[in-house]
Design a protein around this ligand. Structure first.
Ligand SMILES: Nc1nc2c(ncn2[C@@H]2O[C@H](COP(=O)(O)OP(=O)(O)OP(=O)(O)O)[C@@H](O)[C@H]2O)c(=O)[nH]1
Ligand SMILES: [Mg+2]
Length: 397
């Protein structure tokens, strides 16, 4: 599972990425600071079952902190995107290619309106325009891949009676499109099963729908510390009317807080509305942290960075954390570790899907599952719920 950080140049993508992953990267106030993509690990944070059950976990594939599970997620920070990137402008397709396997995109927008479409400092730019521009660039990118051999491809599907959704998914495996994704987009638009009947508009409409399914976007209204309330409110309103989740963020504040915490100056849990000073600070440090408290934490309740990651994971991608165990009474694996593993699965997944996620063999030999909370056996089509603890019973190998 991979999340991409995208947007035009100079909006704070690398700052957001660095704050989220604590990977040191180049950050500067000019366009195209980032050329090669940065890759790191961030965490989606969820309540841990032990908080409710009063246990002490032995996490193996995640981290545990203050009753919360920190679930690792790969994050990728790419070069800035300018209008016409799909035709190769700016760093063009290179940027887009780095995003091939992203499951979701965090679109970082400069909420202050002080960077133009190309990422240069300017007095007034409407950030709402950036929302549309990014959609368009990604749409044209996917459209470009499909359009290339479309006539031939469509004829072949018709002649060989191929399954349309599957054939399209085969064309787009490189960007992680599944048969289900393609099927969903075709049906949502009520498109003909014979693709030779599709007009160019049909194809573009299909691509738009597919992008929404395959690369869903959440908006980080960044530099919120320097933006007026009215600017933020407008961006939230306009974004919402286009179906987006919009979260005000200050990536710069989050980066300062996480670095100060790492250096032991403060106690700060990402996502929280406050921090505790642990060591005497220099007047400069004190001032910087005071401003963060006043302009960000007290104003928005948090820096927004963790909220974006959490909402991308649990709301946008609708992923559900589930904990497989061997002993449903002690909640342990075969070695006695309490709730050692957590897996993120798409909403609607079943215990068998969880078994496959643990190990292909376990999926293949799956017999039935027990819900460790109720100690009841659950049915074949039981849908996993948030923080389910599941014992998987399989045939002996
Ligand atoms: N006030 C404020 N400035 C920010 C914030 N986040 C980033 N910046 C500043 O914005 C400028 C650009 O930051 P980067 O993180 O390099 O932006 P980018 O989007 O990665 O830029 P490119 O790699 O060139 O596309 C830097 O001067 C940052 O310090 C923020 O939350 N608030
Ligand atoms: Mg950058």
């Amino acid at each position: 599972m991979e999340i991409g950080v995208v947007g035009k140049p100079n909006v704070g993508k690398s700052t957001f990425f660095s704050a989220a992953t604590l990977v040191d990267v180049q950050i500067a106030n000019y366009p195209f600071t980032t050329i090669d993509a940065n890759v790191g690990v961030t965490y989606a944070i969820a309540e841990h079952p032990c908080k409710e059950l009063g246990c002490t976990p032995n996490p193996q594939n995640y981290e545990y902190r203050d009753g919360k599970a920190l679930i690792p997620i790969k994050m990728i920070d790419v070069a800035g995107l300018v209008p016409g990137a799909h035709e190769g402008r700016g760093l063009g397709n290179k940027f887009l290619d780095d995003l091939r396997m992203a499951s979701a995109l965090i679109h970082v927008v400069d909420a202050t309106g002080k960077t133009d479409a190309e990422g240069n400092p300017v007095e007034h730019h409407d950030p709402v325009e950036d929302i549309e521009f990014l959609e368009k660039e990604i749409d044209y990118w996917i459209y470009g891949i499909l359009r290339k051999n479309w006539e031939k491809f469509a004829k072949r599907i018709k002649l060989q009676h191929l399954k349309l959704a599957q054939a399209i998914a085969d064309q787009l495996t490189g960007i992680g499109v599944s048969e289900e994704d393609a099927f969903e987009a075709i049906h949502k638009l009520g498109l003909d099963n014979d693709p030779t009947k599709w007009s160019d508009e049909d194809l573009f409409a299909f691509v738009r729908e597919l992008r929404k399914i395959n690369k869903p976007i959440i908006i980080a209204a960044n530099k919120a510390d320097a933006a007026a309330d009215a600017q933020i409110e407008r961006l939230i309103r306009k974004g919402k009317s286009r179906g987006y989740i919009v979260v005000p963020t200050s990536a710069a504040a989050e980066l300062t807080l996480r670095k100060a915490a790492k250096a032991g100056f403060i106690d700060y849990v990402p996502g929280s509305s406050d921090f505790k000073i642990l060591k005497p600070l220099s007047p400069k440090q004190e001032k910087a942290l005071g401003l963060i408290k006043e302009r960000v934490l007290d104003r928005f309740g948090s820096t927004g960075v963790q909220e974006v990651i959490n909402r991308a994971t649990f709301e946008l991608l609708k992923l559900v954390p589930a904990y497989p165990v061997e002993d449903e009474h002690k909640l342990t694996d075969q070695f006695g570790n309490v709730l050692p593993h957590v897996h993120l699965l798409p909403k609607g997944s079943t215990p068998r899907d969880l078994a496959y996620k643990v190990h292909t063999d376990l999926g293949r030999t799956f017999l039935y599952a027990v819900n460790a909370r109720t100690h009841r056996r659950v049915g074949e089509d039981y849908e996993l719920e948030f923080n389910d603890i599941i014992k998987i019973v399989a045939t002996a190998r």
